[in-house]
Ligand binder design. Structure first.
Ligand SMILES: C[S@@+](CC[C@H](N)C(=O)[O-])C[C@H]1O[C@@H](n2cnc3c(N)ncnc32)[C@H](O)[C@@H]1O
Length: 306
């Protein structure tokens, strides 16, 4: 056994592998990642290396934890490895992972499929926001609200601009009302219909934190909130995979047809667990499949955006 500082990579379920650092390593790793279409972590740190080349040690454990939490189709490069490899950062997004007993680890994440998918989904919802009457291959507006069981009382006083831009799969309030004073997180608030219903239910002592990744939708939601004078809503442009709230701070998470659009559901569920108080609730309308989705379908962007 010898102890050395090395660059190493772990892909899929395989063992960690030490890599000789030379000028071409960064490019070779990117090629390998593109060819493998899996998840991969690259780290630079101290490892114990056995005679048979097996790696162990705290740094390898960190890399395994990163691999577990990485999205499918993601190349995760730790800050330490990036300093040595100098990969082209324009393809990467900076991220941070916090682990019990380890602390926080800065990473650079390259996830081409996830990015393409997000762009397509944003494009579709930007179209709903800017051209709601266009006609989509999913239901929208008042007709959908009636199909999902929103009552006249719920919709009363909600701006038509929000109602006509509604898209979704299930009414989160069908699972019960929200209570005065509660802190609510809304996933994918769209043009704000569910946000405004929630805002009225929790009242001035409550708070609604509404997250959406599509700027055009968020603009519409903000305009609707100011139209009705709602002051208990915080809007955030961002992803439900990274909720802008501290641990154990939310009483309830509501969502209407958004989790099915997130490529990395495991990460979304971890975030839900993190921000919910111990007695917190989920009120979610979404799509549930009863059979495993074939790999080919998972990579079909039209099926995601549709
Ligand atoms: C089906 S609509 C939700 C409708 C909304 N609740 C309402 O009241 O109109 C889906 C919304 O989720 C957003 N979205 C999809 N995936 C997201 C993600 N990963 N993070 C944040 N927002 C997302 C879309 O931009 C879109 O506005």
């Amino acid at each position: 056994m010898r102890d050395e500082k090395v660059i190493f990579a772990i892909a899929g379920a395989g063992p960690a592998e030490a890599l000789p650092l030379d000028d071409g390593l960064g490019a070779r790793l990117l090629q390998r990642f593109e060819a493998s279409k899996g998840r991969m972590v690259v780290h630079s740190g101290r490892c114990a290396i056995s005679d048979s080349g097996e790696l162990s040690g705290v740094d390898v454990i960190i890399a395994h934890r990163l691999l577990e939490s990485a999205a499918d189709d993601a190349l995760v490069v730790t800050e330490a490895a990036q300093q040595e490899l100098r990969l082209p950062l324009e393809h990467f997004s900076k991220s941070e992972e916090t682990f019990d007993g380890i602390g926080s680890v800065t990473t650079y994440v390259y996830a081409p499929f996830v990015e393409t998918l997000r762009c397509e989904i944003k494009r579709e919802y930007a179209e709903v926001a800017t051209n709601p009457a266009k006609g989509f291959h999913f239901h929208t507006g008042r007709k959908l609200a009636a199909m999902l069981g929103y009552t006249d009382e719920m919709l009363d006083g909600i701006p038509e601009s929000s109602i006509e831009r509604l898209a979704g799969t299930g009414n989160p309030f069908a699972l019960g009302p929200l209570h005065a004073g509660e802190t609510v997180v809304e996933f994918g608030c769209g043009a704000g219909m569910d946000t405004l219903i929630a805002s009225r239910m929790v009242g001035p002592a409550g708070r609604v934190v509404s997250i959406d990744m599509t700027p055009e939708m968020l603009d519409a939601a903000r305009a609707a909130a100011s139209e009705v004078g709602a002051t208990n809503i915080d809007f955030h442009l961002g992803y439900i995979e990274k909720i802008p709230l501290p641990d154990a701070s939310a009483d309830v998470i509501i969502s209407n047809g958004v989790i099915n659009l997130a490529p990395d559901k495991k990460r979304v569920f971890r975030e839900m667990r993190r921000v919910l108080k111990d007695d917190g609730r989920l009120q979610i309308g979404d799509i549930v499949v009863q059979k495993a989705v074939p790999e080919g379908a998972k990579r079909n962007i039209d099926l995601w955006a549709g």
